[in-house]
Design a protein around this ligand. Structure first.
Ligand SMILES: Cc1cc2nc3c(=O)[nH]c(=O)nc-3n(C[C@H](O)[C@H](O)[C@H](O)COP(=O)(O)O)c2cc1C
Length: 255
């Protein structure tokens, strides 16, 4: 068989012996910590923005998704054959909003509630995207600014999807319209949960990714999750430092 790497797992180095064991909760501190007693570092919600870069406002009139949840779930699948037909900016806007955006109208301390859960409402995840053939948007690399529902322009270049597909070692990725890169700003979660926070971060990116699948498939976009990529090269490309923030998950979305 070509191109298949069988990973040999020694019992000494298995995930369960290292990461899983090291991040177990053995017991809880006595008593309950009420939200009113939380330190500010557990309540302050951080989101990333790039005030010195150009930003592009996404359409704000987001249509409701009038499809039943059972229809959406039955439709969900991973697809890898893309023809890169045009995708409208409003479709991209709807996809980002329902996958990773802020639910409007919260009246609690947590004014940035999302469409996915987050341990302690720490919201460590950031979303970047590389686009190709979105109507009215130059091909390029963008950061999704969730507070403004806009795109911070990081790099406008034609062949980024090809470059990123090489970093996933999967050719078909280059034919997608949107490559979604989910990163984590680790400290936001670690400040409350210490090393166990990484478990939360990984689970949360799965929640967000499922939104991409369900919303994407509802909008007739094909979606495929990608777990294999050269982490450091993706981090370099989006100019994040590997330590404070790092890539967690990638999804290819296309037509
Ligand atoms: C964490 C994770 C990583 C994945 N990585 C890849 C990948 O690198 N390449 C790929 O083609 N599919 C990848 N997939 C998609 C799976 O192959 C797919 O979900 C599985 O075959 C089941 O098919 P379905 O999603 O259509 O139900 C990944 C899925 C998950 C959850």
């Amino acid at each position: 068989m070509k191109n298949i790497n069988i990973v040999k797992v020694s019992r000494k180095n298995s995930i369960s012996k290292t990461f899983y064991q090291k991040t177990k909760i053995k017991k809880f501190p006595k008593g309950e910590t009420l939200i009113k007693d939380w330190p500010n570092s557990w309540k302050k919600i951080y989101t990333k923005d790039y005030p010195r870069l150009e930003s592009i406002q996404l359409p704000k009139n987001i249509p409701p998704l009038n499809t039943s949840i059972s229809t959406i779930l039955l439709k969900r699948k991973s697809e890898r054959i893309f023809f890169r037909k045009k995708v409208s900016l409003s479709k991209l806007s709807t996809l980002l909003f329902y996958s990773a955006g802020i639910i409007p109208g919260s009246k609690t301390w947590n004014v940035t509630r999302r469409f996915y859960p987050s341990a302690g409402a720490r919201y460590p995840l950031e979303v970047y995207l590389s686009t190709n053939n979105i109507v009215g948007l130059e091909n390029g690399l963008y950061h999704y600014n969730i507070r403004c529902h806009s795109l911070d322009v990081l790099l406008q270049e034609r062949h980024l999807n090809k470059k990123i597909s090489e970093l996933t070692n999967q050719d078909w990725v280059s034919k997608s319209n949107i490559i979604i890169l989910i990163t984590s700003a680790f400290q936001r979660t670690q400040t409350k949960y210490d090393d166990r926070g990484l478990r939360h971060i990984l689970l949360e990116s799965g929640h967000l990714a499922q939104n991409v699948y369900l919303v994407g498939n509802t909008l007739d976009l094909k979606v495929c999750a990608i777990g294999g990529f050269i982490d450091d090269k993706i981090n370099n490309l989006i100019d994040i430092d590997n330590e404070e923030e790092g890539i967690i998950y990638v999804l290819a979305v296309g037509t």
